[in-house]
Design a protein around this ligand. Structure first.
Ligand SMILES: [Zn+2]
Length: 411
């Protein structure tokens, strides 16, 4: 099946895929063609060019994109979309002045989500998460990472990972699975950290390894959650099962999350709301990708990660949603572009590259998605008619998409 998109007002496409994530000034580089076409064959991008050079392509399907921009679909490298229930009662608690830590101490937060998930069937979790993923695809997400971490018992963590495995099989976009058993200490292990860490290391990881249930391991290394030493032990144990780390760090305090992530060659360290010059310097000299989650800062009213400083220092920046029921119940990536521009002072081009090609590197999917390049999946966003990319973050919260294509098929 050959699909030809014609009369694209501006096409953001690259003939050559970068070999590494974009850093510094290169983050704002995005190749654009005006009045362009793209040819896709069997769901893969095969070529593109200018309309003035278009020859007869013999395409079965031709789509007129008059006045519209075409961008690569977003890559969301950090989500928790498998969950049992929304948490709007805590949303009201927050309005009434309670902090994230206070809500967690009252048995809310992650432990609340865990209780609800433990009482949900695998089928129900799958059905709900599939619907969320479908909605994200309609909003432009063309690849996704999904974490466990609301199970917090052996059987429930495995149940979550099985749900993610089913999503991998059934969704038409690439899905990466991350084991986040170390998301929080369950109530019964609050005074016995060693007991829960032993469960993760000796009981959960061997099952996950044997059944290939995860691509990555993650730990919430932060104030009130897992210490640097506890994090390091879990990452070392996961290495035996070829699970590369990606870390939740520096959301609540400067507690060594960045350092332990870099020391363990994590693919990315995510959050970074609480970092100083030392962490920025370390990230700028490291292969570990700095992933910021502006939706969480917006929803919680906490500081935004210093994305501008990270880019200027030369760190590899990625933007992801952190879609989860507690701290960011929304995964619309176009709104994150607005937050990145308005609150983090990134240029629209920088924000787009951070949640497409750099995010693809963060998930080791750079050969498959993250840019409009020959050989990659035809996961594409066709915008409403508009003059420039800046219109998307400028009209914050507005639906700017005319049609999303996944493997060249309309969603
Ligand atoms: Zn998260």
């Amino acid at each position: 099946m050959r699909t030809l998109f014609i009369n694209i007002k501006t096409l953001y496409a690259n003939k050559e895929n970068p070999l590494k994530p974009l850093r510094g000034k290169a983050l704002r580089n995005i190749n654009s063609l005006h009045n362009a076409w793209v040819l896709c064959e069997n769901g893969i991008i095969s070529s593109f060019g200018l309309m003035e050079n278009l020859e007869n392509m013999n395409a079965e399907e031709s789509i007129d994109c008059n006045g519209k921009l075409m961008l690569p679909a977003f890559v969301d490298s950090h989500t928790h979309i498998v969950f049992a229930a929304t948490r709007e009662s805590e949303f009201v608690d927050k309005i009434n002045g309670l902090t994230y830590e206070e809500i967690a101490q009252r048995g809310g937060g992650i432990l609340n989500s865990a209780k609800r998930l433990q009482n949900s069937s695998e089928d129900q979790l799958y059905t709900d998460a599939f619907a969320r993923a479908l909605q994200l695809m309609k909003q432009g997400t063309g690849a996704i990472e999904i974490k466990s971490g609301y199970g917090l018992t052996i059987s429930d963590e495995i149940k979550m990972l099985r749900v993610i495995a089913r999503l991998k099989d059934s969704l038409p976009i690439p899905v990466k699975a991350t084991f986040l058993g170390a998301h929080a200490f369950p109530q019964e292990f609050k005074q016995n950290h060693e007991g829960y860490i032993q469960q993760i290391i000796s009981e959960m990881l061997p099952i996950i390894g044997a059944e290939h249930l995860a691509d990555y391991v993650d730990v919430f290394c932060d104030k009130g959650f897992f210490s640097v030493e506890e994090t390091a032990r879990i990452l070392d144990a996961a290495k035996k099962y070829q699970l590369k780390p990606r870390i939740h760090g520096n959301e609540l305090g400067i507690t060594g999350g960045v350092q332990v992530a870099i020391a363990h060659k994590a693919l990315s360290v995510d959050h970074l709301e609480e970092i100083g010059p030392e962490e920025i310097e370390l990230l700028s000299n490291s292969e570990t990708i700095a992933t910021v989650l502006p939706g969480t800062s917006f929803f919680l009213g906490i500081p935004y990660a210093p994305a501008r400083k990270l880019v200027d220092a030369g760190a590899a920046l990625c933007i992801a949603s952190d879609y989860n029921p507690g701290t960011c119940p929304n995964g619309r990536m176009s709104f994150l572009l607005s937050l990145a521009c308005i609150k983090m002072k990134l240029l629209p081009e920088e924000a787009l590259n951070a949640c497409t090609i750099n995010a693809a590197f963060a998930l080791e999917l750079q050969e498959e998605v993250g840019s409009i390049s020959p050989g990659k999946r035809a996961n594409l966003i066709l915008t409403n008619p508009m003059d420039s990319l800046a219109r998307i973050p400028y009209t914050f919260g507005e639906d700017m998409i005319s049609q999303v294509y996944i493997n060249a098929k309309p969603v």
